[in-house]
Design a protein around this ligand. Structure first.
Ligand code: PHE
Length: 452
């Protein structure tokens, strides 16, 4: 089977394998680190409600579009746009997606490294080696950041060299169920702690007077990042999808899994935040989060340390879990440029994975020593890059490929789609609702950058 570039592409072995891999891409630091932080920063339950609306009304239709583009073309994001039209501009959109993937991966690896490091911090803390524990806990510690980020990138490269079904699918199939199980156990523990009720209230009872344009734009950005949209990760994963599969149904499963895990992560971390605050940890300063980049890393160890000896088990398990969730996302981020190199430059898979992975690691090492760069990367590649990509994907499907072309592709696996309600509603979202909402978000983001 090995040999030519097309044989290197591979495909998913089963429907469940695809759904777990795509959900694995979606579920990551965005859910467990990003989402609870955004909830805490943006008024609790009101943010949750708007985030759910953005995920289902804007994210889901775009996800369907990406998967359809991927499966029809059977290509990476650049090749996909080339295959579906003769328009010269859209392959550049694919290339922008590849660039966003590379740049997001470079800082994502550093944050994932923090999470991985904390699993060890918990152990050293438990055995009384406080000096080593605080050396690891220091997120500004360049050499430590470099070591853990490198380990993380090497694991990602190793899985990608294993290919689609043997590497990505196999890895995520075991890791995803584990993640959900551990999360549920921990929520059970936190719920029974005295003092967690205030956090639960804050998380579940919306105060809609807190909704303003900033909140809506943050919710939209969070939904895009968390669903892995706008940079072609799901075009790439869709390209390995079998014609038997029902695309809207698969996208619905992935969206539900992603939103569901974000919801569970909030249910764990928001009450934990209030517990930590009751223990004297500074969480809010003047009603704003003291430090949003590291909130989860401040709050959770505090919770674990307050739990006595069982805390070390929870702590280690939790941070390993967070690392696993991040790993299933980093493999999808690396798969985008790797599939591009395989398809467009005919590189063999292992070579593509090593060359590109190590190249990205070089950028990660820079960020490891200067973690303040993360904020700039987030602004350019997440907050601007992903919505821009998502907007252009909608424009492509609506006005170049045409939604009817996409619906024809989706007839495979969903016979009679053209007579269904879906074919009446989805095109309207792709023509009007999604591009308008995304463009609005984008312009608002740019405006607030310009005006400071
Ligand atoms: N969705 C991932 C997360 O929530 C991040 C990601 C973004 C992965 C874009 C792939 C593409 O952490």
């Amino acid at each position: 089977m090995a040999g030519t570039a097309s044989n290197e592409r591979g495909s998913w072995n089963s429907k469940l394998g695809f759904i777990l891999a795509a959900a694995g891409s979606a579920v990551g630091l965005g859910n467990i680190w990003g989402f609870p932080t955004q909830v805490a920063d943006n008024g609790g339950a009101a943010f949750l409600v708007i985030y759910l609306l953005c995920s289902f009304l804007i994210g889901f239709p775009v996800m369907v579009a990406e998967l359809a583009i991927g499966r029809k073309s059977g290509k990476n994001p650049v090749g996909a746009f080339k295959a579906l039209s003769s328009n010269k501009f859209f392959p550049l959109v694919g290339l922008w997606g590849v660039i966003c993937g590379v740049m997001i991966l470079s800082f994502y690896t550093v944050i994932a490294g923090w999470a991985f490091g904390y699993a060890f911090e918990e152990i050293f803390y438990a055995v009384g080696m406080d000096n080593v524990a605080s050396w690891i806990a220091d997120v500004g510690n360049g050499p430590k950041n470099a070591i853990v980020a490198s380990l993380f990138m090497l694991a990602t490269i190793k899985i990608i060299t294993g290919g689609v079904s043997g590497g990505i699918e196999k890895a995520t199939k075991t890791m995803m169920p584990l993640l959900i199980g551990i999360l549920l156990i921990m929520i059970g523990y936190v719920m029974f702690q005295p003092g967690s009720a205030e956090g639960i209230r804050e998380y579940l009872l919306p105060d809609f007077s807190k909704v303003n344009s900033d909140l809506i734009f943050s919710a939209m950005g969070q939904a895009f990042f968390s669903l892995s949209l706008g940079m072609g990760a799901l075009i790439t994963y869709g390209s390995y999808l079998n014609k038997k599969e029902n695309i809207p149904q698969a996208a619905a499963f992935v969206t539900l899994a992603d939103v569901g895990i974000a919801f569970l992560a909030g249910l764990l971390i928001i009450p934990a935040m209030y517990l930590a605050q009751a223990n004297g940890v500074e969480i809010f300063v003047d009603g704003k989060l003291a430090d949003s980049t590291t909130l989860v890393f401040t709050v959770l160890p505090e919770l674990f340390h307050s739990m006595g000896s069982v805390g070390v088990v929870f702590g280690v398990t939790f941070f390993l879990l967070l690392s696993i969730a991040a790993l299933t996302s980093t493999i999808s981020l690396l798969e985008v440029p790797v599939s591009y190199a395989i398809d467009e430059h005919e590189l063999p898979r292992p070579k593509a994975a090593w060359v590109i992975g190590l190249g990205i690691l070089a950028v990660s090492l820079l960020i490891a020593f200067f973690p303040n760069l993360i904020g700039y990367f987030v602004t350019v590649f997440n907050n601007i890059g992903l919505p821009l990509g998502g907007f252009l994907i909608c424009v492509f499907v609506a006005y170049v490929w045409k939604t009817d072309g996409a619906l024809t592709e989706m007839e495979f696996g969903f016979a009679g789609i053209k007579q269904s309600m879906f074919s009446k509603i989805w095109p309207f979202f792709i023509y009007v609702v999604c591009p308008a909402a995304i463009l609005f978000t984008l312009l608002q983001t740019l405006w607030s950058l310009i005006t400071g």
